[in-house]
Every structure is written in structure tokens, then in C-alpha cells.
Design a protein around this ligand. Structure first.
Ligand SMILES: Nc1ncnc2c1ncn2[C@@H]1O[C@H](COP(=O)(O)OP(=O)(O)O)[C@@H](O)[C@H]1O
Ligand SMILES: [Mg+2]
Ligand SMILES: [Zn+2]
Length: 442
């Protein structure tokens, strides 16, 4: 991973549920973590697509045929994906879109009655398999949302639709969530802005690539919180928490990979050391969090080492690393190590099954017990190819397949995964040979 993984988050829900409000909150939250965030909206997001948006939403226009509206929206979407979303994801940004393809299913499909099967074909034709990593579905009774939207502004063409239409939109969205529970997460939009924001934050933190650094961040926030909760977690509502979440708490700094850089360099460390030695607000710690710390280059590590030997005043340096063994031993020996262990297999399995994953047992085993990585396995169809590799081996051993056939299966897998899996399969074989039970393999 040379830069943070690009991640695509979409917000859905009918009028007035709070999409615009919550997107702004999530953007600030992720930015305070050092992520680059690109927000955009549908229909629209590019000059061409915004023109199409105006056409589609123009209430002075006579009504268009449902297919016309649909094709215009997909034309705008093709433009949006090609010119905005994919390039930003390639740059490692988090892209948050105010609505995406699910909106077409809910509005044009479920509410306007265009055949959902046809819609899916069109979707496949335009987007291939491209879809958000996570979709936040803000859900509340239609009447409440309408009231909010009405208080906000005059209604455009969509918003003038009768209440039954929005009821169908809502039910459509809910059925999309039931169909794809791994991706579409229902969030109750009925609470206060803060309550909804924190529900959204926990959904987003569950997404691989948006989770790991959150531990260090949550810990840092708890160091400043003026109203720690019983479980030692930050309250999320005191003045310090607000500052922290808004990214304006000047005594905290997150040091992470610069765009396009594979490692954290010595200049970044020097700046951080300077930051730590500057005066701080009365009575407050200075905290610098390095993530991923195992990506410091050797000069950076050496430069940090001096500071670790003689830390400045009331300051704390947090190193977040998924492979701490890659840190020089001189650094590790000067740190207090806090391991964040994988949860017990039972808990991890329970969590995975509430997320609707099949084959959770196997995914978890292949992922070395880390549930988020197991999710990644299920989603990337990696698990299926693991299954194929394992199956081919078994078939070879039992004489059902030639080595040639086995090798042709292996050729379809990247070398790194293949090596990992061979090690894993060997471990399992040894354990099995010693009568220790291994995950059920289909
Ligand atoms: N949790 C909330 N409680 C009360 N009012 C809210 C809440 N979230 C948003 N609002 C208000 O409701 C209106 C609609 O919110 P908005 O974010 O524009 O919704 P959407 O983008 O989904 O249409 C705005 O005036 C906003 O300030
Ligand atoms: Mg909005
Ligand atoms: Zn607090």
C-alpha cells in the first residue's frame, strides 16, 4: 500500500433525511484523520453531468418519458465515474457521493415502476461491477423527512411528488439494503445530527481501509476528552471532542503518508518533532500519531529515535503499525506496546454472520482471525479462488486431477496470495495430521 486505499462511500435516502448535513460531518472527520476527501453528488458532479442534472430537475419542463429520464441520469453517471470518482480513488482519496446508482433503483425502479431487471442490465452495461465500498442509507418515516426538506427550501420537481411516491422510494431503498446487506448499511436518521453522525462513523469504521487508524485516533481523542465515559472512551460531545473531530485541536497531529509517497520521510519527522516541542495550550498534552509507523524510512526512524530517547515535556507519540516487527528494534524497545488482538473466533464469527457473510468460518481462517480482513476476503472473491486452489490440491492428492490441471488453476492467482495460502495450507495439514480440528472446507 503506497498510499491510503481509495474508498468510495455513497449516501442514500429520500428528501430531507440529512444526507448533505452528514456528508459534511463525515468529510471533516475523515480529513482530521489525514485522509483526502472528495465530495460529489448525483445527478451531477461534472460540468456535463450538472447540465444534465439541471435538465432532469427542471420543474418548468413537461414531464419526460421514464426511459428518457433514466438514460439521462445514466449518461451523467458514466461521466461522473470516469472523470471524477475513479481518478480520485486512484489517487487514494475517500470519495463521498451524495447519491449513486441505488438512487436510480429506488426512484426510477421501485417508485416510478421501471422494471428493476432492466435497470440492473443498464447498470451493468454502464458501470460493470463498479459500486461503492459502503453505502450509508439514512432511513426515517417519509413524513418527517418531507417536513425537514420543506423547512429547508422550495421543492424541486422530484420533491413535489406525492407522499406515496416517497413511500415507494423508502421501501425500495430498504429492499436494496436487504439484498446487499454487506454494502448497504441502514442508519436511523431520526436522532440528533450528532447521534446520526456517530452511527455513521461506526459504520464507516467497519469498512476495510477506513478502520485501522481509527484505534489510535480514538485513543488520542480520549486523552483530550473532558468527560471520559465509564469505558474510557471519549464522550464525543465536550468542547475538546468537538475540536478533535473537526480537526481543529491544535495540540494533536496525525502524521501519515504523503500523497504518492511509499514511506514516511525524515522531513516529516523533523516537522513533527518541532511541533511536539512548541508550546502547548495550558495543561494539555501534545500528541503526535504516526500511521502507518511501519512505513518510516530508515532516516526517519533514526531521527525519531533521538526524540524517543529525550521526549519533549508533556508529549506523547503514538505509533500505529500493522506490522510492528518492521520497526527497528531500537524504536520498539523505547515504546510501550499495546496490542490490539483479533477478537475471539466466536465473537468474530458472530459479527461476520450478522453482516451476512457466508463461509465466514473459512474466510476468517484464511484472514488469520482478523474479521475486517475476512470481510475483504469475502468481498474480493479471493475466497473463491482460495477454495479453488485448495480444491485443486486435494483433487491432485486424491488422483482426480493431473498436476497440469492444478497448475492451470494456480496460474490464475497472484503469486503473493498463492505463497501465503501455501504456507497456510501447510500449517493446516500439520495441525490436521496432529488431530487438531480445522475450519470446515467445502
Ligand atoms: N438530525 C437532524 N435533526 C434535525 N434536523 C436535521 C437533521 N439533519 C439535518 N437536518 C436539517 O434538515 C434539513 C434537511 O437536511 P439535508 O442534510 O439537507 O438533507 P438531504 O440532503 O438528505 O435532503 C436541513 O435543514 C438540515 O439542517
Ligand atoms: Mg441534500
Ligand atoms: Zn469529550
Amino acid at each position: 500500500m503506497n498510499q491510503p486505499m481509495g474508498r468510495f462511500v455513497s449516501f442514500e435516502g429520500s428528501e430531507g433525511v440529512g444526507k448533505t448535513t452528514q456528508i459534511a460531518r463525515l468529510k471533516r472527520r475523515l480529513e482530521s484523520l489525514g485522509r483526502t476527501v472528495v465530495t460529489t453528488r448525483e445527478p451531477g458532479g461534472t460540468e456535463v453531468a450538472e447540465q444534465i442534472r439541471n435538465l432532469v430537475l427542471d420543474k418548468t419542463m413537461p414531464p419526460m418519458a421514464p426511459d428518457t429520464e433514466l438514460l439521462l441520469i445514466y449518461a451523467a453517471r458514466a461521466e461522473h465515474v470516469a472523470r471524477v470518482i475513479k481518478p480520485a480513488l486512484d489517487d487514494g482519496a475517500v470519495v463521498i457521493s451524495d447519491r449513486f446508482a441505488d438512487a436510480s433503483m429506488a426512484y426510477q425502479g421501485f417508485a416510478r415502476g421501471i422494471d428493476v431487471g432492466r435497470l440492473k442490465e443498464l447498470n451493468q452495461w454502464v458501470l460493470g461491477g463498479f459500486k461503492p465500498d459502503v453505502t450509508v442509507l439514512l432511513d426515517m418515516p417519509v413524513q418527517v423527512g418531507m417536513e425537514r426538506a420543506r423547512a429547508r427550501d422550495t421543492l424541486d420537481r422530484f420533491e413535489q411528488e406525492e407522499i406515496g411516491f416517497f413511500e415507494r422510494v423508502r421501501q425500495g431503498y430498504l429492499s436494496l439494503a436487504r439484498e446487499d446487506p454487506d454494502r448497504v448499511k441502514i442508519v436511523d436518521a431520526n436522532g440528533s445530527v450528532d447521534e446520526v453522525a456517530s452511527a455513521i462513523a461506526s459504520v464507516v469504521e467497519g469498512v476495510p481501509g477506513l478502520g485501522k487508524e481509527m484505534f489510535g485516533r480514538a485513543f488520542s481523542q480520549s486523552l483530550y476528552c473532558q468527560n471520559l465515559q465509564d469505558n474510557e472512551e471519549a464522550c464525543g460531545s465536550c468542547a475538546s471532542c468537538h475540536q478533535f473531530e473537526a480537526g481543529t485541536l491544535s495540540d494533536f497531529r496525525l502524521l501519515t503518508l504523503e500523497e504518492g509517497h511509499a514511506s514516511i520521510g525524515v522531513e516529516q519527522i523533523r516537522e513533527t518533532i518541532e511541533f511536539l516541542t512548541l508550546s502547548h495550550e495550558h495543561g494539555r498534552k501534545k500528541v503526535a500519531m504516526l500511521w502507518p509507523a511501519d512505513r518510516m524510512n530508515i532516516n526517519a526512524a533514526n531521527s525519531l529515535l533521538k526524540t524517543l530517547e529525550e521526549p519533549a515535556g508533556d508529549s506523547l507519540i503514538i505509533l500505529v503499525a500493522s506490522q510492528p516487527e518492521r520497526l527497528p528494534v531500537t524504536i520498539r524497545s523505547r515504546c510501550q506496546v499495546v496490542s490490539i488482538p483479533a477478537p475471539s473466533r466466536t465473537n468474530a464469527l458472530a459479527w461476520l454472520s450478522t453482516q451476512g457473510y457466508e463461509n465466514a468460518d473459512l474466510a476468517l481462517a484464511v484472514a488469520g482471525g482478523a474479521p475486517l480482513a475476512a470481510v475483504h476476503f469475502s468481498e474480493d472473491a479471493l475466497l473463491a479462488s482460495f477454495d479453488a486452489v485448495l480444491g485443486s490440491l486435494v483433487a491432485q492428492v486424491t488422483g482426480q486431477r493431473s498436476m497440469q490441471e492444478v497448475i492451470s488453476v494456480w496460474r490464475q492467482v497472484d503469486v503473493e496470495s498463492l505463497l501465503d495460502w501455501m504456507v497456510l495450507i501447510s500449517e493446516w495439514s500439520i495441525l490436521c495430521a496432529n488431530g487438531i480440528e480445522q475450519p470446515s472446507i467445502k
